[in-house]
Design a protein around this ligand. Structure first.
Ligand SMILES: N=c1c2ncn([C@@H]3O[C@H](COP(=O)(O)OP(=O)(O)OP(=O)(O)O)[C@@H](O)[C@H]3O)c2ncn1[C@@H]1O[C@H](COP(=O)(O)O)[C@@H](O)[C@H]1O
Length: 108
């Protein structure tokens, strides 16, 4: 189990608050399309949504290779890339983190 993250207890942020913060940033990049933003470039890419779909494929492959190498640090880094790109795809499709959270919760 990871030893990272905020201490639990009164006043602590929910453990997945980082996903909400990241998604809010992605949504603001989608609205404002600031220059120099990688996230904004995915929303305006000439390949359209295929750009992010390709990245999801690449990051999935890289995560699999890291797992096969038993490289836990690389697996963590590639998984973070994968989750980030999945959230960009969610924003493109007008889905949000609560849709993902709800789907997972419904499976309990
Ligand atoms: N979490 C991420 C994040 N994860 C991955 N990436 C980018 O996703 C890309 C992953 O591509 P690769 O792994 O293939 O690495 P690469 O060698 O850069 O490959 P190419 O992009 O050149 O093909 C890199 O450019 C990373 O910078 C991210 N870019 C942004 N974010 C978040 O988005 C926020 C907004 O950032 P901007 O996009 O800069 O506005 C940031 O504060 C971060 O929190």
């Amino acid at each position: 189990m990871s030893d990272r993250g905020p201490e639990s207890g009164e006043g602590a942020a929910p453990p997945d608050a980082v996903l909400d913060e990241l998604f809010a940033t992605i949504e603001s990049r989608k609205e404002e399309l600031p220059e120099g933003s990688y996230t904004a470039s995915l929303f305006t890419h000439e390949k359209g949504e295929n750009a992010v779909l390709e990245k999801i494929g690449e990051e999935t492959t890289e995560a699999i290779l890291a797992a096969k190498d038993d490289d836990r640090d690389e697996l963590t880094a590639e998984s973070a890339d994968l989750v980030y790109h999945l959230l960009v795809l969610f924003a493109m499709k007008d889905l949000d983190v609560d849709d993902l959270r709800g789907e997972l919760r419904d499976r309990f």
